[in-house]
Ligand binder design. Structure first.
Ligand code: ZN
Ligand code: ZN
Length: 129
């Protein structure tokens, strides 16, 4: 199969998508990411873009959220993991909110302090009298 040989010799980066020449054995030429991943089941070195081990078919990557929820489920149980995930969502939302506010503060210059000039103060004082 020509397509198969081509994908084996040229290694696509799982992080940035750059197609590396066959000489780039382990690291992406563009971003430096690992191009290979060892199967946790049999230890075979697979390409990182592959989803399953080419020898034993074991899943190489799991969905990030799946991994997080599995971890919390093991650690805190069902109710605990819901609480944990809820807290995580709140923390993330809080972080995003503050990041946006900080960003906006950087972008828009702070409004000038509404301090009246000495002349204005004097005028006001005279009018009041
Ligand atoms: Zn890369
Ligand atoms: Zn394997």
């Amino acid at each position: 199969m020509p397509a198969e040989t081509r994908s084996e010799s040229r290694i696509q980066c799982a992080r940035c998508g750059f197609v590396n020449p066959p000489e780039a054995r382990n690291h992406c030429r563009r971003c430096g990411a690992h191009l290979r991943i060892a199967c946790r089941h049999c230890g075979h070195g697979n390409l990182r873009i592959a989803e399953h081990c080419s020898v034993c078919g074991h899943e190489l990557h799991r969905n990030f959220w799946q991994r997080v929820s599995n971890w919390t489920l093991r650690r805190f149980g069902r109710t605990g993991s819901l609480v944990f995930l809820g807290l995580a969502v709140v923390v993330v939302a809080w972080g995003v909110y503050y990041a946006i506010r900080a960003h906006e503060r950087l972008r828009t210059p702070a409004p000038k302090a509404d301090k009246p000039t000495p002349e204005e103060i004097a005028r006001k004082y005279q009018y009041r009298r």
